[in-house]
Structures are given as C-alpha cells and as structure tokens.
Design a protein around this ligand. Sequence first.
Ligand code: FMN
Ligand code: MN
Length: 483
Amino acid sequence: MAFDSLADFVKLLEKRGELVRITDEVDPKLEITAITDRVSKSPGGGKALLFEKPKGSEFPVLINAFGSYKRMSLALGVEDLEERAKEIGELLEMKPPTGGLLDKLKMLPKLADIAKFPPVEVSRGACQEVVETEPDLTKLPVLTCWPQDGGPFITLPLVYTHDPENGDRNIGMYRVQVFDKKTTGMHWQVHHHGAAHHRKAEKAGKRLEVAVVLGGDPALTYAATAPLPDGVDELLFTGFLRKKPVELVKCKTIGLSVNADADFVIEGYVEPGERRLEGPFGDHTGYYSLADLYPVFHVTCVTRRKNPIYPATIVGKPPQEDGYLGKATERLFLPILRKVLPEVVDMDLPVDGIFHNLALVSIDKQYPHHARKVMYALWGLGQMMLSKMIIIVDKDTDVHDYRQVLWRVGNCLDPKRDVVIVDGPVDVLDHASVAWGWGGKMGLDATRKWKEEGFDREWPDELFMTPEAEQKAEQILKKFKLI
Ligand SMILES: Cc1cc2nc3c(=O)[nH]c(=O)nc-3n(C[C@H](O)[C@H](O)[C@H](O)COP(=O)(O)O)c2cc1C
Ligand SMILES: [Mn+2]
C-alpha cells in the first residue's frame, strides 16, 4: 500500500496507463507549463507526465501525478478516496468497549494500526545517496511557470520546520522561489504553521532551521497540503494514510530529520528579520499573486538519490492538478469536520470557486437560525476561516450537483433576510478583498425558512410525482424507446 519511493509510484502509474513519458527536450521555462496546462484541462484531468529531457537539467520532471480522481486515490494507496475517508470516520467513531472481552478484541486491530503510525528514525536513507556540500539549485529543473513570474519556483515542496518553543514538527507545502544557487524565497503565508514557527523564532531573535524536501511517498506530499489542526504532525497523518511509519534520517548540516525516501533534500535556515521581494507568481486563482516581502532561505547543503525524480506541479486557471489535492482534503476532512459540526451532512468546495473561497454545505437543520450557526462555526474552524462565501442548504440537496444548489438559492433565498455579511481573515492571495489578509465574507441561508425564524407566510411543497404515475411513465418510456 505504501510506496518506497516516488519512482515506485511512477511505476504504478505507468502500469495503469496513467503516465506518458515525454522523450523530447522541453524547456522548464514556460514550455512544461504550456503542455501540462492543456493536459490537465482535458476531460478527467488527462495523464501524469514524465518529462525525461528538461532543458538544462539532468533530472526528469514528474507533473500532474495527482491530477485525476483515480491518481489521487492511488497516491493514497486506495482505488477510491472514499475508502480513506471511511477509515477516518471509523477511527473517530471509536468508542470505549462497553461489552465483554469480544468487544475489546474487536478494537485491537484498529489500536494496532494507530501504534504503527508514528515516524521512526533510521540511520541511512536513499535521500542521502549523493551529498552536495556546494549546493547549486540551478542544476534542478525548476519551472518558471507563467510569463510574468518573478523567476523559477519549486512548486511541490515539503517544507519542514520545528516550533522553536515546543519543538512540534510541521510540514507544509509553501512555494519556493529560487533566487540563485543557494538562496530562495520562503512563501509561508501568515495563516499557516510554517509562518507561525517563523514568528516565534523571530521573536526570540533566533535562526530557524528549514528543510525543503522533494519527492518520496506521494502520501506525504498530499499530507503537506492538508489543513491539519495546529500541532498535529503531518508524518503521523501520513503514517495513518500509508499504513506504515515514515522513516526519517538526520540531515547533514541542520538538526532536522526528514523522510529517508525523498528524492531531494535542500537543507538550510531562515535568518530573523531578513526579507526579500518574492513573486509575482501565476497562482491557483488564475491571477498573478503580487510580489511581496517574504523571508529568505539560505541553503547549506543538498542531498539526493542517485537517480532522483524532480516532482512539480503548476497552478493557474482551474481546473488543474491542485484541484484533486483539494478534493482529497474535502473528502478526508469531512468526517473530522462532522465531529465538530455533526449537523453538517455534506460539503463541496467547487474548484472553479477557488476552493475554500466558496463552500457549499448541506445541514440537518434542527433549530431556528441553525444555518447561521454553521456559517459562524466554519468561519472559526482552521483554514475554513478563509472562506469568503458559504452557501447553506437543507440536507435533501446534493451539494455536488451545482444545478440543484443554484435551484435552491434561486428559490429559497430572500437577500434582505438571508444574507449574512461579516468581516474576517481571507486568503492573502485574495486580490479583491478590501485589505491584505482580511475582508468581507458572505453567508447565504438557502434552507427552508421556519415560522420560528419569523417566516409567517405559507412555505409551499416541492413538486413530486406519485409513484403510480412514475411507474406508468417508466413503462411507456421503455416501450417507445424514449429512455
Ligand atoms: C500546489 C500548492 C501550493 C501551495 N503553495 C502555498 C504557498 O506558497 N504558501 C502557503 O502558505 N500555502 C501554500 N499552499 C497551501 C498549504 O500547503 C496548505 O494550506 C497547508 O495546509 C499548509 O500546511 P500547514 O497547515 O501545516 O501550514 C499550497 C498548496 C498547494 C496544493
Ligand atoms: Mn501543519
């Protein structure tokens, strides 16, 4: 179920007909993006691509490897994402055994599973087969994605840091702009855990050690994008996803340990107080995120496999590869969200609504203004705080069917009564908000309105045909080959 390396995942993709090798020379500057953008916008997300001859580098580039529902599932070791979502639900449902020995025994496999999750230190790792003490990032096939980008960007990095106060580890995916052989930007946004570690280090006037890791088991790459709660270890989550602990090796020049199966490890540090202009960058909004001041990463060493694969992605106008990483989060985190908000029946974050900017949520409405309670709760819950628009519907609406949602909004909403406008934090990538990092938010209550909510008119019934007439219709339609 777990992959020993990124190369192993490539092998599986190839076996399943999910990968195309591009044997022609292609430039990582714009050309790889132009090709991948077309492929990822083809029906179902197209194929994963392995660019074997990126111009100017000896390392092959893997891209769009997560870019379909099937490949995203395979990356997590399952045929269908829902299998992993179900497991998370079951884990959270675990209750103390009330019955006898049999009841307790039934719990054992699950508990054994949990005991297997934590990462383990090993003495050697494939990620250190080659050690380059004179690091040169320009040897990597780093993509310059869009014409107005500020330079080349590492787009699928796992950024390791430790909390300077309590030592908690964090791994986040934060893009890395390569400035020169040994220096990069560090684009951890203010709401994310890497930035929190950096704030603490700066407050203490301390250097923060950072490792930027590329490749290894794709389950960990996904975990770096997942909105885990503060202090929850991405490696523990990965151990759970892959049913095998992540093996760690000590870095050569810094005190961190990283996943031993990685393809590349870039070791270094961020100095307190140092900033440099980062960006612009063609972003997942489909617009350029503007250049801004961000911390600077100084590279002390690069280690790698003998034959590494350079993993990459591009972002831009949706749909693209990141949409499938996002869909994995939507499915895997629904059971967790429902632990806090059990009234939530389902949720859809449409890729074209720029994911968390627009959330469609169905609820089992139990009391007046229940929809508002859910909106406010979501605006206070982890990265859902960045949602700009939340649409709440009753549980009989399928939130994945956007036509149904529009039909409810068109019908069940009085804008004067049912729209909630508040202020709050928004994504720093949001260019329309009144200010950087905060702005307006809108909640639409498209549920059926109740008398207790002040609705004193009669709410009409929806149209449904009788079962008898439906039966007759079925018979006639079949007979005259109308269906
Ligand atoms: C392809 C991709 C690129 C991303 N780039 C960034 C980025 O540059 N900066 C950032 O703060 N978050 C970025 N994110 C989002 C974070 O990875 C995500 O919010 C994650 O949960 C952060 O981890 P954390 O909660 O441990 O901070 C990106 C996500 C993806 C899928
Ligand atoms: Mn985290």
